[in-house]
Design a protein around this ligand. Structure first.
Ligand code: NAP
Ligand code: MG
Length: 486
């Protein structure tokens, strides 16, 4: 592997610096825990404070620029990231384990998001509303929040921070970004692209360090006007409460427990492929991953047997190898959580049909690997059917009929994505109406997001806000209603 093991610092006020703490943390390759991919500076609260100060100082000039002028920086960043796509993708694979084609796809997505929001700088930011006073002009306009704190997870280490930072910036905010430590090197490469694009000093800052110290300080800092977070429910709730208590705006995207319904009239082979792709790609570590597979009684056994046959054929391995279908879990914690849930599922009485253990392949002994697991005879109330596992684990649940299937689909605290396979228009319409999910997918897998459309969940999956597409303007700006009379 690469011998060039660098130390990555903070990017504050246009300069790369190392925290005065002098502490570092090694970022490891989950496919081989003995491989260090880079060292990350471990910041203190004072580093966050300096970054926020820089962002505050930069905000006046940044918001004064036209949207088109701000867009030019995003176009430049897109071109630079596009040029470095192979390097960024390879680092992502080494740092968090997803396969190289997936990492490339995600990085290309990052480029597309930057371009999309660059264009957004020239689109409308308000409406004219007829006043009851016929001589007055009444309209809305939008202004930036000011300083936005971005706290992002490791599972989409390029796409998620970009889909937060690009809209924050285009609408005139300045940014302090705290990426997950597990993907801190990948984050530093993204920051390098933004730095090379030449944003004025202080407009985008990166502070590397632990969640509780750096993320915690961002959430509580009185000069941070908005906080956008993606990650676990436990942390999200805490950030939301901290932001609420000091009157800051916040946006939380959190967990999922996404169902796929396979109706009796479904094309079984397509439903099998969608279940595998949605549930096991990225090692099940997508917030939109399929984890509950709800199958109508009439086709249950046929579906189960075809699913099993295909899951048996999936190759677990290092994401850099071209024949790997799924890589390791991203870190030790995640790996242990997945293995614990497998034990829990067995203890609760579900039948483990396949997988759920470390692969025997000698090449897999130093990584956080799990053979994808398929559980049969799962009851909706079991922990493996209720709690987010974030791993390659499929829970098969039998439904009596379509109505029962939708009831089961809704029988969780989450509501991010939900999918159905059927040809019946009545079933489709009932599903669209009745399923509790922010993303409703018909004859398509639960995962799969388009950057130009709103993204977000219902119930405890989100703070009920939406990200991406033009929906992003709702969070990253404030509305002014203007009444003008001569
Ligand atoms: P996490 O532990 O909640 O971490 C998310 C981010 O918050 C990381 O940057 C983390 O930093 C930081 N953080 C941790 N503790 C904090 C604290 N006390 N105050 C402020 N920030 C803190 O989640 P994760 O383990 O990275 O990601 C997995 C989870 O994210 C899953 O539950 C998944 O469903 C969810 N997720 C949701 C979506 C969505 O859009 N709905 C997308 C992706 C992931 P460190 O990691 O450096 O400690
Ligand atoms: Mg790692």
């Amino acid at each position: 592997m690469s011998t060039d093991i660098r130390t990555y610092g903070n990017y504050i006020n246009g300069e790369w610096t190392i925290s005065a703490s002098g502490k570092q943390s090694a970022s490891l390759n989950p496919a081989n825990r003995n491989e260090v991919v880079g060292y990350l500076t471990m910041s203190e609260q004072s580093d966050v404070d300096r970054a926020v100060e820089a962002a505050v100082a930069a905000k006046k000039a940044w918001r004064k620029l036209s949207g088109a002028a701000r867009g030019e920086y995003l176009y430049k960043a897109a071109a630079i990231l596009e040029r470095r796509i192979d390097e960024v993708a390879a680092m992502m694979t080494r740092e968090m384990g997803k396969t190289l084609p997936e990492a490339k796809g995600e990085t290309a997505r990052g480029v597309a998001i930057l371009k999309y929001y660059a264009g957004e700088g020239m689109r409308k930011i308000g409406d004219i509303i007829p006043s009851t006073d016929s001589e007055a002009l009444m309209f809305t306009t939008r202004v930036p929040l000011g300083v936005v704190g971005v706290i992002s997870p490791w599972n989409f280490p390029v796409a998620i921070p970009i889909w937060k930072m690009a809209p924050a910036l285009i609408y005139g905010n300045t940014v302090v970004w705290k990426p997950a430590l597990d993907t801190g090197v990948t984050a530093a490469l993204i920051m390098e692209c933004l730095a090379e694009a030449g944003f004025p000093a202080g407009v985008v800052n990166l502070v590397s360090g632990s969640g509780s110290v750096v993320g915690g300080r961002i959430a509580e800092h009185p000069a941070v006007d908005g906080v956008t977070f993606t990650g676990s429910n436990a942390v999200g709730k805490q950030i939301g409460q901290t932001a609420l208590a000091r009157g800051a705006k916040y946006q939380l995207e959190m967990g999922g427990k996404n169902p796929i319904i396979v109706a009796a009239d479904a094309d079984i082979d397509l439903a099998v492929d969608a279940t595998i792709s949605g549930g096991i790609r990225s090692t099940g570590q997508k917030c939109t991953a399929t984890s509950r597979v709800i199958v109508e009684k009439a086709v249950y056994e046929t579906f189960r047997d075809r699913l099993l046959a295909k899951v048996r054929g999936l190759k677990v391995g290092d994401g850099l190898q071209p024949d790997t279908w799924l890589g390791p879990c991203a870190n030790e914690n995640q790996w242990k959580t997945v293995l614990d849930y497998i034990e829990k599922g067995k203890a609760e009485g579900a039948e483990l049909l396949y997988g759920g253990h470390q692969p025997e392949d000698p090449a897999c002994q130093d990584g956080y690997y799990v053979v994808p697991a398929v559980f049969d005879k799962v009851d909706s109330k079991m922990a493996i059917a209720q709690e987010e596992i974030f791993g390659p684990v499929l829970a098969l649940i039998q439904a009596e009929d379509l109505e029962h299937a939708i009831e089961l689909a809704n029988d969780v605290e989450f509501g991010l994505s939900a999918s159905i396979y059927t040809q019946n228009i009545g079933h489709i319409l009932a599903f669209i109406q009745d399923v509790d999910a922010g993303l409703v997918r018909i004859n398509a897998e639960t995962a799969g997001v388009e950057l130009q459309a709103p993204f977000g969940g219902m119930k405890s999956s989100s703070s009920h806000s939406r990200e991406q597409g033009q929906a992003a303007i709702e969070f990253f700006t404030a509305v002014k209603t203007v009444f003008v009379k001569a």
